[in-house]
Design a protein around this ligand. Structure first.
Ligand SMILES: *[C@@H]1O[C@H](CO)[C@@H](O)[C@H](O)[C@H]1NC(C)=O
Ligand SMILES: *[C@@H]1O[C@H](CO)[C@@H](O)[C@H](O)[C@H]1NC(C)=O
Ligand SMILES: *[C@@H]1O[C@H](CO)[C@@H](O)[C@H](O)[C@H]1NC(C)=O
Ligand SMILES: *[C@@H]1O[C@H](CO)[C@@H](O)[C@H](O)[C@H]1NC(C)=O
Ligand SMILES: *[C@@H]1O[C@H](CO)[C@@H](O)[C@H](O)[C@H]1NC(C)=O
Length: 536
């Protein structure tokens, strides 16, 4: 008791002196990290870049571009596009309203913006030989200039899932090796037109997602899977196609990196892929569950990271997937190995892992080859942290675990956290209602706290953080039923002003020089009395 009192006295003494205060990261609400006079950007290195992120299909709208596979998918399967049958036909119409986007980015005070180029906006028919859309080139060129004029660094994703529909119709997109040359030609055009001003390129967003959700589950574009899994899928084989698609993605990625490093070396930028990460915890304390946890990491992260670091797939995948797993020949392996200057890591949630029996031979799918059952609750029915959405839960410490895992297992890479965020209720709600997104403040600050810990205590080489998302937008598979934005978008009037929600105000104050802005901060924010009823 005496010791505790002593510790409290010390805590109180240092609380007034920020420089000496050690920040402790909590794992559950209430998160005190939202007090920006205690925790803010000064707890990170000066060159650490804070940003926000978006993607073309989710914000631009379809005006002025060719059709892509998300247009095809959302119109063919409106019920898969979101419970509200939403789609990206107009969404935020950022094609017209891009200056509003820059306005919000400026208001937040971030120095980085991650967005993606819509392949079908600059090559409406998918291939350079079939014509370039100069209006599309001008659109991205203006956006890039607008950002740079405001000292905002563009981080540009070449492929955020919106493949030109023509290439899907012609050869099923990433299922065919022809994608490699077409992706290379498209990237070549982007480097040629924008590479003088863009110094951070991302080849493919979330290497895991298209193979699994697009070709094994059929829940995302292009919507292929085995008929036994979902008879609405227009074709596919959930046991083989995901592995071929992943393989071709890696080759296409590697060839684009090689092109950038040879032909565009003089531009002096950096290039890498984006991985979707999760952290995995054992479901119980049996050795089987510990093994299952390791298998989960290999199938989720190693599937791409082993080729990228060693030029081959993980042994455990080779063992369990067998002949269905393609191989890189020597030449290909050499291209894939080391094909990144940095890794973009997206992190959202953590799951528990335990062993699952093999599927019967006629029901093989890439989703079960790992023999892992992933759950949101452990054996005692406990989730890993506060609610995320639809039965999933978040775990801020997982951010630290993921960062450490990449450092120790994959050779201490340069890392940017390219997405991290949480959804709040969507639908047709007014700003005054959407404003109260305190869950988002808790989410972002708690993850930033553990990210800082990874950098300070584990020496992980992380140089930037991009919150998802700049503004509300079309959410893949959820339409407009959820809102991920730090700013509000009125989908009934997309030309209306985009105001910052509470989370946007929080991020703004986190990024300000708070020693100078204390008064402003105190008067504009009142976190102390915030209402937490939405966290029920
Ligand atoms: C950026 O700044 C340049 C130089 O001042 C100006 O010519 C250009 O119009 C600006 N572009 C945008 C999109 O703001
Ligand atoms: C765990 O995995 C290792 C290596 O794959 C294996 O040798 C061991 O038998 C497994 N243990 C259990 C309990 O499954
Ligand atoms: C590897 O495969 C490529 C096709 O991707 C082929 O052009 C090349 O000759 C092969 N190299 C070796 C060493 O087999
Ligand atoms: C996964 O584990 C949970 C909890 O033990 C169980 O309820 C569920 O049926 C399992 N799923 C599969 C596909 O085995
Ligand atoms: C949309 O918002 C703009 C800008 O605030 C406003 O001028 C316009 O009247 C609004 N349109 C409608 C239909 O509400």
């Amino acid at each position: 008791m005496k010791l505790l009192g002593f510790a409290l006295a010390i805590l109180l003494a240092v609380a007034t002196c920020k420089a000496d205060e050690e920040i402790t990261c909590e794992e559950n609400v209430p998160f005190t990290c939202s007090q920006t006079d205690r925790f803010n950007k000064q707890d990170f290195e000066k060159d650490f870049i804070f940003g926000v992120a978006s993607s073309a299909y989710q914000i631009e709208g379809g005006r002025g571009r060719g059709l892509n596979i998300w247009d095809g998918f959302t119109h063919r399967y409106p019920e898969k596009a979101g419970a509200d049958f939403g789609n990206g036909d107009t969404t935020c119409d950022s094609y017209t309203n891009w200056e509003k986007d820059i306005g919000v980015i400026n208001e937040l005070g971030v120095k980085g913006y991650r967005f993606s180029i819509a392949w079908s906006r600059i090559l409406p028919k998918g291939k350079r030989s079939r014509g370039i859309n100069e209006d599309g080139i001008k659109y991205y060129s203006d956006l890039i200039d607008g950002l740079r004029n405001n000292s905002i660094e563009p981080f540009v994703t070449l492929f955020h899932w919106d493949l030109p529909q023509t290439l899907q119709d012609e050869y099923e997109g990433f299922l065919d090796r022809r994608i490699i040359d077409d992706f290379k030609d498209y990237a070549d055009l982007c480097f040629e037109k924008f590479g003088d001003r863009v110094k951070h390129w991302i080849t493919i967003n979330q290497l895991f997602t298209v193979p699994t959700r697009g070709y094994a589950l059929g829940t995302d574009a292009p919507g292929r899977c085995s008929k036994w899994h979902d008879k609405r899928c227009y074709g596919g084989d959930s046991s083989t196609e995901p592995y071929i698609v992943a393989h071709n993605q890696l080759l296409a990625h590697a060839m684009v990196v090689d092109l950038y490093r040879t032909k565009y070396k003089h531009q002096g930028g950096k290039i890498g892929p984006v991985m979707i990460t999760r952290w995995f915890l054992p479901y119980d304390d049996t050795p089987e569950s510990k093994n299952a946890t390791e298998r989960a990491k290999e199938f989720f992260l190693g599937w791409f990271m082993e080729p990228l670091t060693k030029g081959k797939y993980p042994d455990i995948m080779r063992e369990l997937v067998g002949k269905r797993l393609p191989e890189f020949n020597e030449t290909e392996a050499a291209y894939v190995k080391g094909s990144y200057d940095f890794l973009g890591l997206n992190y959202y949630v953590t799951q528990y892992a335990h062993t699952q029996d093999p599927s019967p031979p006629e029901r093989l799918t890439a989703m079960t080859d790992s023999l892992v059952n992933l759950t949101s609750f452990d054996v005692n029915g406990q989730p890993p942290g506060p609610p995320f959405s639809k039965g999933s839960y978040y775990h801020p410490r997982g951010m630290l675990n993921v960062m450490e895992h990449f450092k120790t297992k994959y050779g201490d890479p340069l890392i940017y956290v390219t997405e991290n965020g949480i959804s709040t209720p969507g639908g047709d709600i007014p700003f005054t209602e959407a404003f109260h997104d305190y869950e988002r403040i808790d989410y972002l600050c708690s993850h930033l706290c553990f990210l800082r810990k990874a950098i300070k205590e584990k020496r992980v080489n992380v140089k930037g953080y991009f919150a998802w998302a700049l503004g509300d937008n079309y959410e893949f598979c959820n339409g407009f039923t959820v809102r991920f934005g730090l700013s509000y978008v009125d989908f009934n009037n997309v030309t209306a002003d985009r105001d910052l929600k509470a989370s946007g105000l929080w991020y703004q104050s986190f990024l300000r020089d708070t020693t100078k802005n204390q008064d402003l901060l105190r008067s504009s924010l009142s976190f102390k009395n915030r209402d937490r009823k939405s966290l029920a």
